[in-house]
Structures are given as structure tokens and as C-alpha cells.
Design a protein around this ligand. Structure first.
Ligand code: NAG
Ligand code: NAG
Length: 130
């Protein structure tokens, strides 16, 4: 009787955990649905970039490039995010770049904390579910 009850509870908890992990995984993998929105501002607009654009299907990332003299925001191709390629493309030597694939994730500091929160949630769920 007791062991049956425990088994039932166990599998219910396991089931809940599986559902929780799966939904968090899905949220992590597909946070945006189909069309990606990115901030889009031309080079060296030192003002805060407030322009949003919906990316064409061929662009699956948002990019932000920061140099000492300003920043560039646009939709981008995730396969073209390596810094060496970017350096050649934009003829830059000293810059920082960010590629990401959540809506408006090239807006600045918001993307990293969100990702780490999601990652730690996933970690916690997996630890609880083991
Ligand atoms: C927003 O986009 C328009 C049209 O592309 C452009 O003319 C304007 O300079 C942009 N604004 C900023 C702040 O970059
Ligand atoms: C790039 O990032 C590093 C570390 O955050 C910073 O020290 C450096 O000044 C940045 N370089 C540019 C060109 O923004």
C-alpha cells in the first residue's frame, strides 16, 4: 500500500518535472515564435537606439556592434557573427559585438541577465528532477 502510494507520488512528481523541464527547454529554444524583431540603427548613432524592425526570414539574429565612437544595431545572419568576419566586413579593429536571437535582444544589457536566469532555472529544475 505504502510503496504503491510512494510510487504514484514519485511518478507524478517526475511527470511534473519532465513537463516543467520540457516547457523551460522549449521556452529557451523558441522564445520568439517566427518573426524576429531587432533594434535597427545606422552606424554611430550615439543616441539610444529606439528603432525596431521585423527581420526578414533570412536574418535569424540581432546584432549590436559597439566601438569607442558609437554603435550599430541590425538584424543579422547568425552564421556571420564571428568577430573576424565582422572585423573584415565593417573594417573595424577595436569593437565588441553581440549576436543574439531573442526579440530586441540587441538593445543592451537586458539579454545576458535573461539568458542566465533561464539557464539557472533549467539547472534548478534538472537538479530537483534528478
Ligand atoms: C530610425 O530609422 C529611420 C529609417 O530607417 C532612420 O532614418 C532614423 O535615423 C533611425 N533613427 C535612429 C535613432 O537611428
Ligand atoms: C569591449 O568590452 C570590454 C569589456 O567589457 C571593454 O573593456 C572595452 O572597452 C570594450 N571595447 C569597445 C571598443 O567598446
Amino acid at each position: 500500500m505504502m510503496s504503491l502510494f510512494c510510487l504514484g507520488t514519485m511518478s507524478r512528481i517526475l511527470g511534473l518535472c519532465t513537463i516543467a523541464s520540457l516547457s523551460i527547454l522549449l521556452l529557451t529554444l523558441c522564445p520568439t515564435g517566427l518573426a524576429l524583431n531587432c533594434l535597427e540603427c545606422p552606424w554611430f548613432s550615439n543616441v539610444e537606439c529606439g528603432n525596431k524592425t521585423t527581420c526578414p526570414a533570412s536574418k535569424d539574429a540581432c546584432i549590436r556592434i559597439t566601438t569607442a565612437s558609437g554603435s550599430y544595431y541590425n538584424c543579422w545572419d547568425f552564421t556571420k557573427c564571428d568577430s573576424q568576419g565582422l572585423a573584415e566586413y565593417f573594417k573595424l579593429t577595436n569593437f565588441n559585438s553581440t549576436c543574439c536571437s531573442n526579440n530586441l535582444c540587441n538593445s543592451g544589457r537586458t539579454s545576458l541577465p535573461v539568458i542566465s536566469v533561464v539557464l539557472s532555472l533549467v539547472a534548478v529544475v534538472f537538479m530537483i528532477c534528478r
